[in-house]
Design a protein around this ligand. Structure first.
Ligand code: ADP
Length: 563
């Protein structure tokens, strides 16, 4: 990903390397001050040495300022790109994927895992490479002055390496658990906020709080499992590293006394030691970052590696679509061995209204899902104007289909934007005409901000009947040849019901419509009634014929009249 910004990455790295190289200033100054200025009484070197050192430190800090800014800019660019890539991927995934992944979990991948993944790249440039470099620069500098004392100083290193290696292996699965627990908490929070009305209505706040409390405790517990290992490991690493400094000073003092080593060398080593072990002490934060980043990257790439919905843009795009729909022995199962639709055969001529009726779970919504290709048939065939549905581009299919669901969904933007979803370039006049035809113009006109009014989250500012009429207006604006309609089951007051029904009739006229009908009035007017039971078409025909037959339809009608 960084290769998208080679210049930025290169400049960041160069600044990091320059800052790192300047760490040599302090040990070198110490050595010159002790061995030259003090021991050899070279007072003339004092001021130039001190001024050069201050100058170098100044340059280092200026570089540091640019480095911080540059790295953050690079990180933001990387995060933005990856976030966009993941979001774009999410929009291309099949609906089936969303059935088995909760919104909260998906949100956590976009909101937390994407930045954590990119942090690893930025920290590699900003921290890890400079840290490794700093280690070798200082070790080289030390070797140049005394390789024996350098060996003594580096003696604890193999032990520290082993501890870090084993710790990473121990901590990685724990990091994954910790990150999954956070995702589960997000998911629960998202669910509870979406269902806040149900929680309040059923007064289950204490239970919801308990569940949230358990998930939150779990996050803490999982985090502590990671930290328990860390709490033991890092003091051990520090113990080894700090014992090293004492041993180094001991050997240094011995060699100054017995082997004629200049005093400035152990002093310079003492100052260098901090810079040598600084990268090692950073291993703690960097290991955490890498382990967390690895887990996050896995979760991000799990999404990116998923297969796109097939035929989203590819596929045939017939010039005209008259609206003939045929099901020929079509079948579909969500789960193996549990078919939701079996051997369905029916023909809807252009302009016909087909009413789907049957008990809950009979497969009515699934029939509509097959027509939008949210799911694909796994048996038989569906033909649109004679073209097998799977050969058509899904984009073309959805452009030619209006889908009005029971739960009319409105996005939390202005009414105008909600309606423009159906037709990007619709003028205000067209929008008002659609609202008029959907019996929605009256209440929209009464709103102080008219079309600019905000819909509220999921359209909370509108009543059920109003939302329905708005989504009917949306479908009218789209003016598709094929309409899929899931009639609302919720009871509306008589006047609203009349307005909604009138709007629906306008919407259905002159186009092929598949309606999941809950109202006798709708069913009566249908050109073809299909009665489904347990995924099978058990009866089909017109209202009077089916009623006379005295089968399931007659029973359903009798039951609905009793209500
Ligand atoms: P209806 O609309 O007639 O009430 P559906 O088409 O919604 O019936 O459901 C038909 C069957 O498929 C039911 O048994 C239902 O539980 C199952 N089903 C519906 N949607 C899904 C899904 N997304 N995943 C798994 N099973 C589902």
């Amino acid at each position: 990903m960084t290769f998208r910004y080679p210049w930025r990455a290169g400049i960041s790295l160069a600044m990091a390397v320059a800052c790192t190289a300047l760490v040599l200033v302090l040990p070198s100054v110490t050595q010159v001050l002790v061995d030259e200025v003090i021991d050899k009484h070279r007072g003339d070197l004092l001021v130039p040495t001190v001024l050069t050192a201050i100058g170098a430190i100044f340059v280092r800090q200026v570089l540091f300022t640019f480095r911080t800014y540059g790295n953050n800019a690079l990180e933001q660019k990387l995060v933005h790109d990856l976030r966009l890539e993941v979001y774009n991927k999410l929009q291309r995934l099949p609906i089936k994927w969303f059935d088995s992944n909760s919104s909260g979990e998906i949100m956590s991948r976009v909101a937390s895992d994407v930045p954590a993944t990119d942090r690893v790249i930025v920290e590699t440039i900003d921290q890890t490479i400079p840290a490794i470099l700093q280690f070798f620069i200082i070790a080289g500098y030390m070797c140049y002055h005394s390789w024996q004392l350098t060996l003594v100083t580096l003696a604890p290193l193999p032990f520290i390496g082993c501890i870090t290696y084993f710790y990473s292996r121990f901590a990685e699965p724990r990091w994954r658990e910790s990150s999954e627990a956070s995702a589960a908490l997000n998911s629960l929070l998202h669910d509870n906020l979406s269902g806040i009305r149900q929680i309040k209505a059923y007064t289950v706040e204490p239970e919801a709080l308990d569940r949230f409390g358990d998930a939150s405790l779990n996050v803490g517990r999982k985090h502590m499992r990671v930290m328990k290992g860390q709490a033991m490991v890092w003091p051990g690493v520090s113990l080894l590293a700090e014992s090293g400094i004492i041993i180094m000073m001991g050997f240094g003092a011995y060699w100054v006394l017995n082997a004629g080593m200049p005093k400035g060398i152990p002093m310079a080593f003492l100052v260098s030691w901090g810079f040598l072990f600084d990268p090692i002490s950073r291993i703690n934060t960097l290991t955490q970052l890498y382990l967390g980043g690895k887990v996050s990257a896995k979760r991000v790439f799990e999404v990116l590696d998923m297969l796109d919905e097939t035929n989203l843009t590819e596929g045939d795009r017939p010039d005209v679509f008259k609206g003939k729909v045929e099901f020929d022995n079509a079948g579909f199962s969500y789960a193996p061995d549990a078919p939701a639709v079996r051997g369905l055969s029916l023909v809807a001529e252009p302009g016909m209204t087909v009413a789907l009726v049957g008990p809950t779970g009979a497969g009515k919504s699934t029939v509509l899902n097959l027509l939008t290709r949210f799911y694909e048939t796994d048996q038989g065939i569906i033909l649109l104007d004679g073209h097998p549905i799977e050969t058509l581009s899904k984009e073309w299919l959805r452009d030619n289909t209006g889908y009005v669901t029971q739960e009319s969904f409105l996005f939390n933007t202005s009414l105008r934007d909600n309606l423009l979803l159906a037709k990007k370039d619709a003028t205000d006049d067209e929008i008002w005409a659609a609202l008029e035809a959907a019996n929605a113009a009256g209440f929209v006109r009464e709103m102080p901000q008219g079309l600019d009014s905000l819909a509220g989250e999921r359209g909370v500012r509108f009543s059920g009947g109003e939302k329905q009429r708005l989504s009917i207006a949306r479908a009218l604006l789209k003016n598709p040849p094929l309409l899929l309609l899931d009639e609302a089951t919720s009871a509306l007051d008589n006047e609203t019901e009349r307005l909604v029904q009138a709007a629906l009739e306008t919407l259905r006229s002159d186009r092929t419509s598949f309606v999941i009908a809950h109202r006798l009035s709708t069913v009566r007017k249908a050109d073809l009634i299909c009665v489904l039971d347990d995924g099978k078409l058990v009866e089909s025909g017109k209202h009077d014929d089916l009623l006379a037959r005295g089968g399931l339809y007659a029973k359903l009608c009798a039951a609905s009249l009793r209500e």
